[in-house]
Design a binder for this molecule. Structure first.
Ligand code: C2E
Length: 351
């Protein structure tokens, strides 16, 4: 939950926000399920945030707002809540495993203590033992005690083995949850959260290595018009198509993400503007050259085009300033007729 929305829910506007959310859900024809309610609260509380903008886009499209749409939005934009739920569950499993292992350890410790006592007693008894029958009884008692301790040890080993497996499974599951929380469900590229983190990390790395890096932002031209004409399901397919081309050209160490509705970003560590510009033009040409078809009706959709901007980081520059410069370059591409790539540096030199 964004801090802005969280603050609104504890302030004087809280009940108005909740009432408006219900009214808006009713007028959009969606059920006030807990998930929809949470989405609408965020949407109305922060309409200009990433979720707000995506919901405006989806609600503006002709198609209905389904449960699948709500799930997709929640997975994409409400990951923190989901993640903390998973972490809570994982914590409960870990607690259970730890209690059961510590109970097994306590039992094993007790058995060892009992065994020690048995040995001490046996040692005293051996000294006092008069005939072979007494000795035989003693040895039998010791054998039994040894067998008991061995059994306890085996139980403990099995328990520890089970716990090790369970903890490994848990670790794998949490890793998957972490990956999901950083992935855009529709396009499988990184999401906005992963992009923000990667940009910060790239700045830190670039300060450390003194190597610059280049940031590219890409946006689908006239996407709203496309969505309005063909519906948002087809719009989603176009997003997937554009993302698949961007993803193919952006292999590691490049990091590609869906930055917003129809906007993408690629972080290119250690790369100059010239190589990134070439890659962006290759993406632009490939996307623009494919005639798309509507899957449901086979209608010709024509080609979509993209505009892009790129900026190379100046030493010490913040991520948000770099992003602003790349965005400026993107808007220059849009202003000069779209379907083109602009380098921020050329733009800044010309100014
Ligand atoms: P998808 O439908 O899941 O398809 C995944 C991949 O399977 C495609 O990757 C492509 O390699 C292959 N594929 C699927 N259907 C066809 C087909 O009818 N003909 C051919 N030649 N290959 C096919 P690709 O091309 O990178 O596309 C990624 C996603 O972009 C697709 O996922 C789909 O969601 C969207 N997309 C791509 N082209 C079109 C199109 O012409 N119309 C629509 N509606 N969506 C498209």
């Amino acid at each position: 939950m964004t801090t802005q929305v969280e603050a609104a829910l504890r302030g004087p506007e809280a009940f108005n926000l909740a009432r408006n959310a219900l009214a808006e859900m009713e007028s959009a024809g969606v059920w006030p399920t807990p998930l929809n309610f949470e989405l609408w609260i965020h949407y109305l509380g922060d309409p200009e945030g990433p979720l707000g903008r995506e919901m405006t886009r989806l609600l503006g499209a002709a198609d209905s707002f389904t449960e699948g749409t709500a799930e997709m939005l929640a997975a994409e934009y409400l990951p923190r809540g989901r993640l903390s739920e998973e972490i809570r569950d994982a914590g409960a499993v870990l607690n259970r495993e730890l209690s059961s292992v510590s109970a097994a350890l306590a039992k094993a410790r007790q058995s060892q203590a009992d065994y020690g006592e048995t040995l001490t007693e046996a040692s005293a008894s051996i000294e006092a033992a008069g005939d072979p029958a007494d000795l035989k009884r003693l040895v039998t008692g010791l054998t039994d005690a040894t067998t008991r301790v061995q059994r306890e040890n085996r139980t403990l080993e099995t328990r520890l083995e089970t716990s090790t497996k369970e903890v490994a499974r848990l670790r794998e599951h949490l890793e998957q949850v972490r990956r999901d929380a950083m992935t855009d469900a529709l396009t499988n590229l990184g999401n906005r959260k992963s992009f923000d983190e990667a940009l910060l990390a790239a700045c830190v790395e670039s300060d450390k290595t003194k190597k610059p890096f280049t940031l590219a932002v890409l946006d689908i031209d006239h996407f709203k018009r496309f969505n309005d004409t063909w519906g948002h399901q087809t719009g989603d397919q176009v997003l997937r198509y554009v993302a698949s081309v961007i993803g193919r050209v952006s292999k590691a160490p490049r990091i590609a993400a869906r930055y917003g509705g129809e906007e993408f970003a690629v972080i290119c560590p250690g790369e100059s503007a010239a190589t990134v510009e070439t890659a962006l033009n290759a993406i632009r040409e490939e996307i623009g050259s494919r005639a798309l078809r509507r899957r449901s009706t086979n209608d010709e959709l024509g080609a979509v085009t993209i505009s892009a901007g790129l900026a190379t980081r100046h030493p010490g520059e913040s991520g948000s300033s770099l992003l602003d410069r790349a965005d400026e370059a993107l808007y220059a591409s849009k202003r000069s007729g779209r379907n083109q790539v602009t380098n921020a540096e050329r733009l800044e030199k010309a100014a």
